[in-house]
Design a protein around this ligand. Sequence first.
Ligand code: NAP
Length: 280
Amino acid sequence: MDQRPFGKTGDLVPAVGQGTWRMEGDDRARAILALRAGLDAGMTHVDTAEMYGSGEVEETVREAIAGRRDEVFLVSKVWPQNATYQGVQAACERTLSRLGTDRLDCYLLHWPSHHPLEETIRGFEELVRRGKIRSWGLSNFDAPRLEKALAIAGEGRIACDQVLYNVGERSIEHAVLPWCEKHGVAVVAYSPLGSGVFPSPRSAGGQALRDIAKAHAATPYQVAIAFVLRRPSVLTVVKASEPAHAVENARAADRRLSAVEVRRLEAVFPLRVKRELPML
Ligand code: NAP
């Protein structure tokens, strides 16, 4: 599996990792099998959040990674309503307990909070100092908000920005991606398969994905994942509660699209600039 720097943390993390949003609605035993199959296939970056199933999904992750904690790059997210200095620390303790671990590899602010960012960052830094988290990052932050976070935290402190990115939603390429590349902040693409809304095979985009997949003896889903990974600053997390999906997604990391293929996909899925950073 292709390993990429996780910002300036010094950690190398697999280009394709595993998401867990809405897993609480899936068959639990099967979801655990899928996460384990994903780990076996090298997808050791596991992304969860206290919000997912109101903590239930973190407990599922605990079971999936039982006995394998040291293999995993474990990421969770604080709910913005909890993102005060004290609130971040209390939420982190609850998350650690649900995950059955003594530390997170990265802890994210799930989306911008109404609490002052200075407080959230001070809370994150205190968690780093106490060894509860190894690094921290942000999610759903646009470039002006990233700039503000940088002014508070200083260079080299923000590990990543986790943002919506897939063939059909390329807004981050306008400002977020260049900003992160300039400041050495990893971009973690979420919903790389459109969160269940994938281009129809009958659409021009779906046809392009199919043609390229055929040329690589791959699937359109693998091509969609390879597309978001075409820049080395980007990593991704894909959710799969179906074990066969997990294995298929891991293999996407080995697919390299040619310049011609990338140009075809960029033409059929054009970059649209939106006033606000889209998020799910
Ligand atoms: P996604 O990964 O784009 O898509 C997940 C859907 O695709 C599921 O229905 C899954 O089905 C299906 N799927 C997975 N692999 C497949 C394959 N190889 N072939 C066909 N279908 C496949 O959507 P997502 O869950 O929204 O995003 C991924 C992760 O990003 C989340 O789980 C979460 O960890 C993170 N995320 C973060 C935020 C944020 O605000 N920070 C927001 C959204 C998501 P099965 O489950 O049946 O396998």
